[in-house]
Each structure stands twice: as structure tokens, then as C-alpha cells.
Design a protein around this ligand. Structure first.
Ligand code: PEP
Ligand code: MG
Length: 889
């Protein structure tokens, strides 16, 4: 294979091979935009290196050939003594991983060529500053020297000179610093800083390859669910300099506001600065609009380029650029990250501009973003103490205890505290603290600072650049205007949508998007929120496209009504056990412990009207829509007193010689029913088979409720579902009894009830014999919670707390199989059972009601394997509708 591509050879569709940065640099080059020449080493080369520990044999020659071509184009050689070509060596994976991997700038400088650079630039200070930056970056990232040693030496130089910022150091100071830095390298790395420019380049390339497996990068990938085997590409790019004086500078820009989606001039610019200075938030930037005053020609050109890019990518782009002595250079572009709200607005704006169609608009948003928009917000009416305002970098309302370092953030959050990570600025070392925190607050840096970019990526609330706050991380506190001091552990609230910072806990209110779904806010109204308008339209696109129907898991009228407002097309799972708790528990206890048939019938008779009333309410709430009622499922002990507590009671009574016959009888029964593995024990259909009358009582309640609704001109559409079936025989027995009860109710009431009877598929044996089971079932609903539990042999109630963290850390799976369907294992059983079931009964209705029904990735899977509907909790219904629409377009 070819391992190296010139920027003129690639294009934006080669992200797998060239990484995002390389593919887009190539695309811009081919669009005729001013990109400094260079080439990209492929992810394949990186993978070979990481797998074998050696670079592919052909790589060196290919790099040589491309370097020759680059040198010819630039008219100078890498590191040439009198006029050096300098290059940057930058990482660039398929998915952006801001700041997670390595980059080395100014490669090609040496003791000799630094003089040539000084002469060419007519600027000694600039040349020596570039050289000390090279040794520092190279020492740290390539040779593994502790970066603090360089920082300390730099601090010492500033102190010696009695200056505050490094721009005040002069050429002579920097020259001394270079000598000092080289000494540090020699002592710490045991070798001299390489003077051969090609050796510098080759070592930097290897270091970038290796940075793919750095701890930070691995953690970030786990968090963002980026596969670990992609590798990174390496971009070798001729250097341009933004630090050559006031007619130079560097900046970032967005073609639209990444927070609101509005078109306009958004970005930050920093005069006389290089590379990462802007993103790191080290000095404060000016708004991009001010560039018009500073350098009109470059500004106009940049605006032109931004328009070209938007029309080419048909999306919001973000851009990094540098101006070198009045000449504009494009260093990077990509389809930009954006807030959830902006994603919805931009998608509809682009449809209105005629740039994309509805199906494409659905690809521009996702369920996770919609879920984020449904989070509550701070109550604007609440009495609050605002103490500062920063930049609204990533939306949401976060409340927590202030902590000032990542270590504490992680420690406290592990013990269940909600924390806000407060820093002057963040850097990649803060990543695990950011993950642990509810929100992130910084006092420096703009919308493109590390904190902002990473928080947006994670969907975490962030306020950055709140400059009135004096953050003192050493003393673990911050001082707010007016002098009040917030100590570690004090509660603060931050609003990532407005940038406001408050003392104490601010109460939260529902989001406008939820108000809209609830029907309390209307799209199309004059004062309708722009966001609500966009969500409304996108949901309509999704509903038009999707094939999957969406139902709710709900077991009371209130949840059912909410689900209906949220767009549910029925109930896919009513868990009747929830109707047996509270006051009714005692009745159930009596039923279970009944010694005689008369006693048992007595308690069933008392339960019947209660159950019936539950169903009447539910069918009324869901009038005209299907309601799947599942017969009693959980293990019996859930309805009985706790065995330990009861034993204590009996023992106490005994020792006090008090009467305790009832307790004793109860204890004996509890002992008799006690199971080592209740989840694999007497539950589901097994209960129905061993407790006479239980399931028939439930069926009667359903049938009588349906008849009553009919008598009131309602349109009940009940479906009866049998849980935990493993063999068709179980189902046949229950079915026969149920059919008889239904016939009795029909005869007594004169109503035609059309109740269908189906089963859950939630045991491997059921899935494996689905063809037989379909003989006795009119529908299947996949219970992927139990199916995951039994296919993996994972106890669903225990594993997430016990060993899943270790499994996730080791990369055994990227996400819990209880959260996202395990396609290869559990999923393939679902697919096979669906097929076998339909082979027996072509009109078999298929759904899923495990937690996976509301999980975006799983919804796509269920669409692909041909299910008819997914069922999920009411709050996840909009997400499921959206993802079902996306899956179909
Ligand atoms: C399931 O097992 O997936 C299911 C929906 O049933 P429950 O969670 O009630 O066991
Ligand atoms: Mg189940």
C-alpha cells in the first residue's frame, strides 16, 4: 500500500486513511485555498508500527520522496543552514481528539539553522524563541522529559530578568535558555538534542504514532466510544508563523455560532502568536470581528473562504488559520462540533437554505443531543446570587461542590458527591476530573479553549473565561467580585447556556423542549422558542421517515398519558407487578401463603376488582392504541417479608415467651420459598403455572376492563403477554386457560374483545425455539434485559456495580451490554428468533421492551432486523422516534 499522500492527492472522504485533519487539508488544497504545502502519513502506517513495533519498510523511502518534493516546491531544504524549511509534525485521527495526542512544531531548527532563520526573518528573538519551543516540545513529547523542568527553567529566566511574560525575554535570554534546555535534555533523556533535521522529523513521527496509545488518548476514546484500533495519521506541514510581529497572528473561526447556529462572524484572534496559544487560552484573544480593523485584506479573504467552505461542506465548519506578515494561511478545517441546540437549528436552517434535504437533516442530529435538550434548566425566577459571568461554552444546568483539581473531583464523585471542577484553565491532564464533574468552570480561555471544546464533546455543562473569578488552585479556593471566598466543598451552580455562575444551589425547571413535548408550549406560536421550532420540524421529518413504531413502558394512567403526549403509539409493556405493591401487598402475601383453596380464592377475589380498575384507567388513557399487559413476573420473595427481619422478630418473641404462631408460620413459608437465584427461579410463567388462579384472575381483570371500556364506547386494544417462557408447552397451557376466561367474559358481557395473546422472548431457549413458540403466540416482545442477563450469564442487578468498571477499562466492551444491545451475541439471537417466528407465522408482530428500546444505537439495530416497534420509558420516546427516523433515512 501507499503510506504517504501529498496534500494534493487526498480528499475529505479519506478520513479513515488520512485522519480528519489530513483529509480536510487535502480537500482545502484541492479547493485552491491557501494551505501550506505538506503531506500525510496514513493510519495504516501507524497501525503497522503499533502492531509490530517497527515502521513499515517502505515508509522511509516514501517519506524521503515526499520531503524532496516539498523541498523543491518551497525552494529550500529541511533545516538548511542559511534558510531552513521548517515543518510541523501533527497527529490527526479519524475522529477529533482535541489535545489528546502529540504535535511538534518548528522541526528543522538546529544550532546552525537558527542563525539562518534569524537572518531570513530579520528577527533574532523570533528565531531563538522558535528554537527553544522546539527543544521544549520535542524534549517533552518525543524524548519523554518531564515538561515541568522546562517550565521551571523558563520561569527562572523570567524571574532573573524581572519580567512577567515570556514575550519580554530578549534574544540573548532565549539563547541562554536554549543552552539550559539542551542540558535538561542531555541529563534527563541521556542523549543530545538531535541536530540532524531528518532525525528530528523521523523521531517526531514515531512519537505521534505512539501517542495514539497514551493514557490520555485511551481514556478519551473510551469516554467518546472511539474504537481503539483506528490509529492516527501524521501530518507533516511546512511551517508558517503567526509570531513574526503585529502583522502576524493566529486564530480560530466558525462559519456559524456553534452555540446558537446563527450565521455570522464567530471566532477568536490573537495577534503575534503561534499555534496552540489560542486554544490554550494563555493570553486573551480578541473577537474575530476585530481582525477587520487589524488586517482588512486578510479578513475579507477569510470571510470569502468561510463562505466557500460552508457551501462546499454544506455544514458548519470550524477553522484554524494563521496570518504570516499579511499572508493568510489555512491550517485546518473540519465540520465543527456544536451544541445540541445548534445542531437542530443548523439542520433546519440548511434545509431552508435548500442546501440539504430532510433525510440529510436527520443525519445532522442525534438522540443523545435531543436527550440533552430535555435536561432541566435553572429557574429564572429563583432568588439567586450571581457572582460572575463567563462564556456559555456548553449548555446545561450544573450544581455541585466546588473542587479545584481533578484528583479531588474524581475522589469526591466516586463517593457520590456532585462536584463542579473549577480551574483557571484546563489541559488534557484534567480529563478524568472533567468526566467525573457535573460541570466545568474556568476563569480563562474562550469558546475554543480546551475546557470548552472537550466539555461540548462530552455534552457536559461548561462555563469558561469567567474572568472576574480569581481562581487559586494552590489554596483550593476562588474569590468572587466583592471579596467573598468560595472554598473547596462550597456549593455553586453554573449555567452553560448563559455563562452565569451562582453561589449555592439554584433550583431547576423543565427545558422548553420538554414543555413542547408536554404540549405546554407550541411550535408555530408567535413567541415560540427558535429551538422548539427546530425540534418540532426535525421530529416531523423523523416521523415521516420511520418504519418502527414507538411504544411506551408504562403501568399507570399518568405515565401512559405522558407517553402519549410524547408520541407513544401504544404501551409495549405494562408491568403488572407494580400494581401489586403498596396496600395490596398484604393481599398478595395472603395469596402466596394460602393453605386452602378457599383462602386462595378469597384473596384472588379481593384482588380482581382492584386489578380491573387499573386496566380500565390504562385502557382509557390509551384509547384506540395497543396496550400490552404482561402477567405477573417477579420472584415471589419480592412480595414477602425480609427473611432476616422476620427471623429476628420470631426469635425475640420466643425469648420473651410472647405468642408468635403467625410469625412462625410466615417464617416457615418464607424459608420454603427462599431461592438462591430468584431471578432464575419461581417467576414469570412458572408462577402462573404453580399458583392456580393467579394468571386467570389477571386475564379476567383485563377482559372485564376491556368489556367495560367497550360498554362506554371506548376502543380498548389490549394484548396479553406471558413472561419468561422457555418452551411452547408453558405457553400453550396458559393460553388455553386464558382463552377460556376470555370466552366466559365475552359470553357474560356480549362484547367481542379481540384480545391477542403473545409472549416475551427473554430466555435463550425461547429464542432458539422461536419457530415453535410462534405457533402459540400472536406476538413476540423481546425482553432484552433478561435475554442479556441469561445469554451472558451476567446478573443484571449486580454486575454493573461489581466488575463492569474493570471490563470497561480493559476494553472488553465499550459500553455495558445492558445499555446498548450486544449485536453479535444477544442481537444475533434476536434476529434469528424474529426470522424463525415469522417463518411460522408471517403476520407475527415483533417488538422489544427491554431497556434497549430507548437506546439510540440499539434502535438502529432493531430497525435493521425488521422489528415492528420498540418500547421504552416515556421520557425516552422522543429519542426513540428520532433515532427510528434516522435509521430509516
Ligand atoms: C426484559 O427482561 O427485558 C423485560 C422488559 O422485563 P423485565 O425488565 O421486567 O424483566
Ligand atoms: Mg424480563
Amino acid at each position: 500500500p501507499k503510506f504517504v499522500y501529498d496534500f494534493t492527492e487526498g480528499n475529505k472522504d479519506l478520513k479513515d486513511l488520512l485522519g480528519g485533519k489530513g483529509a480536510n487539508l487535502a480537500e482545502m488544497t484541492n479547493l485552491g485555498l491557501p494551505v501550506p504545502p505538506g503531506f500525510t502519513i496514513t493510519t495504516e502506517a501507524c497501525k503497522t508500527y503499533l502492531d509490530s513495533g517497527e515502521e513499515p519498510a517502505a515508509l522511509r523511502d516514501e517519506v524521503s520522496a515526499h520531503l524532496d518534493a516539498l523541498e523543491a516546491k518551497m525552494g529550500k531544504k529541511l533545516g538548511q543552514a542559511d534558510d531552513p524549511l521548517l515543518v510541523s509534525v501533527r497527529s490527526g485521527a479519524k475522529f477529533s481528539m482535541p489535545g489528546m495526542m502529540d504535535t511538534v512544531l518548528n522541526i528543522g531548527l538546529s544550532d546552525k539553522s537558527v542563525q539562518g532563520l534569524a537572518q531570513q526573518a530579520g528577527d533574532d528573538r523570533f528565531a531563538w524563541d522558535s528554537y527553544r519551543r522546539l527543544i521544549q516540545m520535542f524534549g517533552k513529547t518525543v524524548l519523554g522529559v518531564d515538561g515541568d523542568l522546562f517550565e521551571e527553567a523558563l520561569e527562572a529566566a523570567k524571574t532573573a530578568k524581572k519580567v512577567a511574560v515570556d514575550t519580554e525575554l530578549e534574544a540573548a535570554d532565549l539563547k541562554k535558555l536554549v543552552t539550559k534546555f539542551k542540558k535538561i535534555v542531555k541529563t534527563e533523556a541521556g542523549r543530545d538534542f538531535p541536530q540532524d533535521p531528518r532525525e528530528q522529523m523521523d523521531l517526531a513521527i514515531k512519537a505521534v504514532f505512539e501517542s495514539w496509545n497514551g493514557e490520555r488518548a485511551k481514556l478519551y476514546r473510551r469516554q467518546e466510544r472511539i474504537p481503539h484500533d483506528l490509529g492516527t495519521a501524521v501530518n507533516v506541514c511546512s511551517m508558517v508563523f503567526g509570531n513574526l510581529g503585529p502583522d502576524s497572528g493566529t486564530g480560530v473561526a466558525f462559519t456559524r455560532d456553534p452555540a446558537s447556529g446563527h450565521q455570522g462572524v464567530y471566532g477568536d484572534y490573537l495577534q503575534n502568536a503561534q499555534g496552540e496559544d489560542v486554544v490554550a487560552g494563555i493570553r486573551n484573544t480578541v473577537a474575530l470581528a476585530e481582525l477587520e480593523q487589524i488586517d482588512k485584506k486578510s479578513y475579507d479573504q477569510l470571510m470569502q473562504i468561510m463562505e466557500t467552505l460552508e457551501n462546499h461542506y454544506l455544514d458548519l465548519c470550524d477553522i484554524e488559520f494563521t496570518i504570516e506578515r499579511g499572508q493568510l494561511w489555512m491550517l485546518q478545517t473540519r465540520v465543527g462540533k456544536r451544541t445540541a441546540g445548534a445542531a437542530f437549528r443548523i439542520a433546519t436552517q440548511l434545509v431552508d437554505q435548500g442546501l440539504i434535504d430532510e433525510a440529510e437533516a436527520l443525519q445532522r442530529v442525534n438522540g443523545a443531543q435531543l436527550a440533552q435538550l430535555m435536561f432541566p434548566r435553572f429557574d429564572e425566577e429563583a432568588k439567586v446570587e450571581k457572582v460572575g459571568r463567563g462564556i456559555a461554552a456548553s449548555p446545561g444546568a450544573a450544581v455541585g461542590k466546588a473542587v479545584f483539581d481533578s484528583y479531588t473531583a474524581v475522589k469526591w464523585s466516586r463517593s457520590g458527591e456532585k462536584v463542579i471542577l473549577v480551574r483557571r484553565e484546563t489541559n488534557p491532564d484534567d480529563l478524568d476530573g472533567m468526566i467525573a464533574a457535573e460541570g466545568i468552570l474556568t476563569s480563562r480561555g474562550g469558546k475554543t479553549s480546551h475546557a470548552a471544546v472537550v466539555a461540548r464533546g462530552m455534552g457536559k455543562t461548561c462555563v469558561c473565561g469567567a474572568e472576574e473569578l480569581e481562581v487559586d488552585t494552590k489554596r483550593r479556593r476562588m474569590t468572587v467580585p466583592g471579596g467573598h471566598v468560595v472554598e473547596e466543598g462550597d456549593v455553586i451552580s453554573i449555567d452553560g447556556s448563559s455563562g452565569k455562575v451562582y453561589l449555592g444551589e439554584v433550583p431547576v425547571v423543565p427545558s422548553p423542549v420538554v414543555e413542547y413535548f408536554e404540549g405546554r408550549m407550541h411550535a408555530g406560536a408567535e413567541d415560540a422558542d427558535e429551538l422548539v421550532e427546530a425540534v418540532h420540524r426535525i421530529m416531523a421529518f423523523a416521523d415521516r421517515k420511520r418504519r418502527l413504531r414507538v411504544r411506551a413502558n408504562a403501568d399507570n394512567a399518568e405515565d401512559a398519558l405522558r407517553a402519549r403526549r410524547f408520541g407513544a403509539q401504544g404501551i409495549g409493556l405494562c408491568r403488572t407487578e407494580h400494581m401489586f405493591l403498596g396496600d395490596r401487598r398484604e393481599l398478595v402475601e395472603r395469596l402466596i401463603l394460602a393453605d386452602t383453596e378457599a383462602e386462595r380464592e378469597e384473596s384472588l377475589k379481593e384482588l380482581l376488582p382492584l386489578q380491573k380498575q387499573d386496566f380500565v384507567e390504562l385502557f382509557e388513557a390509551m384509547d384506540g392504541l395497543p396496550v400490552t399487559v404482561r402477567l405477573l413476573d417477579p420472584p415471589l420473595h419480592e412480595f414477602l417479608p425480609d427473611i432476616t427481619e422476620l427471623s429476628v422478630r420470631v426469635a425475640l418473641a420466643e425469648s420473651r415467651q410472647e405468642p408468635h404462631e403467625n410469625e412462625l408460620r410466615l417464617l416457615q413459608a418464607v424459608h420454603r420459598l427462599h431461592e438462591q437465584n430468584p431471578m432464575l427461579g419461581l417467576r414469570g410463567v412458572r408462577l402462573g403455572l404453580v399458583i392456580p388462579g393467579l394468571f386467570t384472575m389477571q386475564v379476567r381483570a383485563i377482559a372485564e376492563a376491556a368489556a367495560e371500556r367497550k360498554a362506554h364506547k371506548g376502543d380498548p386494544r389490549a394484548e396479553i403477554m406471558i413472561p419468561l417462557v422457555g418452551t411452547v408447552q408453558e405457553l400453550e397451557i396458559v393460553r388455553e386457560e386464558a382463552d377460556q376466561v376470555i370466552a366466559e367474559v365475552e359470553a357474560a358481557t356480549g362484547a367481542r374483545l379481540k384480545l391477542s395473546i403473545g409472549t416475551m422472548i427473554e430466555l435463550p431457549r425461547a429464542a432458539l425455539t422461536a419457530g415453535q413458540i410462534a405457533e402459540a403466540a400472536e406476538f413476540f416482545s423481546f425482553g432484552t434485559n433478561d435475554l442479556t442477563q441469561t445469554v451472558w450469564g451476567f446478573s443484571r442487578d449486580d454486575v454493573e456495580a461489581s466488575f463492569f468498571t474493570a471490563y470497561l477499562e480493559k476494553g472488553i466492551f465499550g459500553v455495558s451490554p445492558f445499555e446498548t444491545i450486544d449485536k453479535d451475541g444477544v442481537g444475533s439471537l434476536v434476529a434469528a428468533a424474529a426470522q424463525a417466528g415469522r417463518a411460522t407465522r408471517p403476520d407475527l408482530k415483533l417488538g422489544v421492551c427491554g431497556e434497549h428500546g430507548g437506546d439510540p444505537e440499539s434502535v438502529h439495530f432493531f430497525h435493521e432486523v425488521g422489528l415492528d416497534y420498540v418500547s421504552c420509558s416515556p421520557f425516552r420516546i422522543p429519542v426513540a422516534r428520532l433515532e427510528a427516523g434516522r435509521a430509516a433515512s
